[in-house]
Design a protein around this ligand. Structure first.
Ligand SMILES: Cc1cc2nc3c(=O)[nH]c(=O)nc-3n(C[C@H](O)[C@H](O)[C@H](O)COP(=O)(O)OP(=O)(O)OC[C@H]3O[C@@H](n4cnc5c(N)ncnc54)[C@H](O)[C@@H]3O)c2cc1C
Length: 412
């Protein structure tokens, strides 16, 4: 019997897809297989309000259990999909069951990259991907203790903000010359480095971690971090925020094309039209960027769940979203849209000192990308400017007395 949908993974993209499919009933019964203990949940709070203790686990759920029950979605927790038989169209599960499918959706996300140095497996070294990781890290965040964060990306900086507010002595090590180097322009990096330093975080850029050494009294527990220049930093805990490895092994073993993610077309289909992939694990053609990309963001997971649901319902609607992302640190909400690669000039609207601004990245007068800090209303307009590749007057963009909306051409 080959009917219904099996979703491998029960994270953000899976939860959204299961709800959409369940609500429409268009693709038959839906089974969601997840190796975690939990129903699909919001991961962003794990480095923000959940880590700080301001939000509890119940508030993380995307939807209550009753919502899936209402849609007839079956969720199997603590269970892995271990093998795909594409010829027979069934999957094997870690509990030995096999499940037939008409559609198989790979929504397997990714896992945190581990540090690749001596001592990386010592107790007190943390990564942050799931609820359990955040709970464990929170327990180690004791006022007065030393926390060393390796990696100055969004997750490392968000953890730094929570930890320094909780009274820890925080040092952040970034191998690149500036924090957020992979995702933001130098102006944003400078702004965030200053914000963190003002809050008391010590930041070292351009330095790598070469070893983690144990405490003299406890050889199983981290006590010191050794940097590439030979200096050492005392550490009661270490957080590795050094990126994500997409979970693609299942797809690769099934003979599907994998290269920085599972390759899909604009309808989220792999080269096997009955097998789709969505979310952090999927590498898709992005018309806005004009190239393939694998994105790690909630908006992308939601958009791909929408596209995949349409595909299975027989409506081929291509992925057309403009990539965007957010990050919360201290009292700052950063929202970023587009990709600033190759920009010629950056135009500031608002003020760094007031911690409220937009930075537009332009090439040939066209708005390629924008970063907004504490400007959620104008960010919505910025998304439209970037999405429509509007040619805008730099002086007008930078003049906060001119409504941003007025820069959107009538047809856009
Ligand atoms: C700490 C943190 C903070 C973040 N902050 C932000 C933010 O501020 N803004 C933003 O846009 N994004 C943020 N993200 C990223 C965002 O959470 C991800 O992009 C999103 O969760 C991706 O959804 P997904 O369904 O593809 O993967 P996931 O949510 O990771 O779900 C995949 C699930 O599949 C499971 N799985 C894997 N293999 C198998 C298998 N073989 N069988 C069964 N189950 C399997 C995994 O264990 C996991 O539960 C953050 C992520 C983290 C970790």
């Amino acid at each position: 019997m080959h009917e219904g949908v099996v979703i491998a993974g029960a994270g953000y993209a899976a939860g959204e897809l299961a709800a959409r499919l369940g609500a429409s009933g268009a693709a038959g019964p839906v089974t969601m297989i997840g190796d975690e203990a939990h129903l699909p949940y919001h991961r962003p709070p794990l480095s923000k309000v959940f880590l700080s203790g301001e939000a509890d686990a119940a508030s993380l759920l995307l939807r209550p259990e009753s919502a899936y029950e209402k849609f007839g979605v079956v969720h199997r927790a603590h269970t892995r999909v271990t093998r795909i038989d594409r010829a027979a169209r069934h999957v094997t599960l870690s509990d030995g069951d096999t499940l037939p499918y008409r559609w198989l959706v790979l929504a397997t996300g990714g896992r945190a990259r581990l540090l690749n140095c001596e001592g990386a497996d010592l107790a007190g070294v943390f990564t942050l991907r799931g609820i359990d990781d955040s709970v464990a890290l929170r327990a180690a965040m004791l006022a007065g203790r030393n926390l060393v964060i390796v990696g100055g990306g969004y997750i490392g900086l968000e953890v730094a903000a929570v930890a320094v507010k909780s009274g820890m002595a925080v040092t952040l090590i970034e191998a690149a010359p500036r924090v957020l180097a992979r995702v933001a322009g130098p102006e944003i990096s400078t702004f965030y480095e200053q914000v963190h330093r003002d809050a008391g975080v010590v930041i070292h850029t351009g330095l790598t971690v070469t070893a983690l050494l144990p405490q003299p009294g406890d050889p199983s527990r981290v006590g010191e971090v050794v940097l590439g220049d030979g200096t050492t930093i005392a550490a009661d805990a270490v957080v590795a925020g050094v990126g994500l490895i997409p979970n693609t092994e299942l797809a690769a073993e099934a003979g599907l094309h994998v290269d920085n993610g599972i390759w899909v077309d604009e309808y989220c289909r792999t080269e096997d039209p009955q097998v789709l992939a969505i979310g952090d694990c999927a590498n898709h053609p992005c018309p806005f960027l004009g190239r393939r990309v694998r994105l790690e963001s909630v908006p992308n997971a939601l958009e791909q769940a929408r596209v995949a649901a349409d595909t299975m319902a027989g409506k081929l609607v291509p992925y057309a979203a403009v990539p965007w992302f957010w990050s919360d640190q201290y009292d700052l909400k950063l929202q970023a849209v587009g990709l600033a690669d190759g920009y010629e000039n950056a135009v500031l609207r608002g003020s760094y000192a007031a911690r409220s601004f937009l930075l537009f990245y332009l090439r040939d007068g066209i708005v390629l990308a924008a970063d907004a800090v504490n400007r959620p209303g104008e960010f919505l307009v910025a998304r439209r400017l970037v999405g429509a590749a509007v040619r805008a007057d730099a002086a007008a963009l930078g003049d906060a007395t001119i409504p941003l909306k007025s820069l959107i051409p009538v047809a856009a």
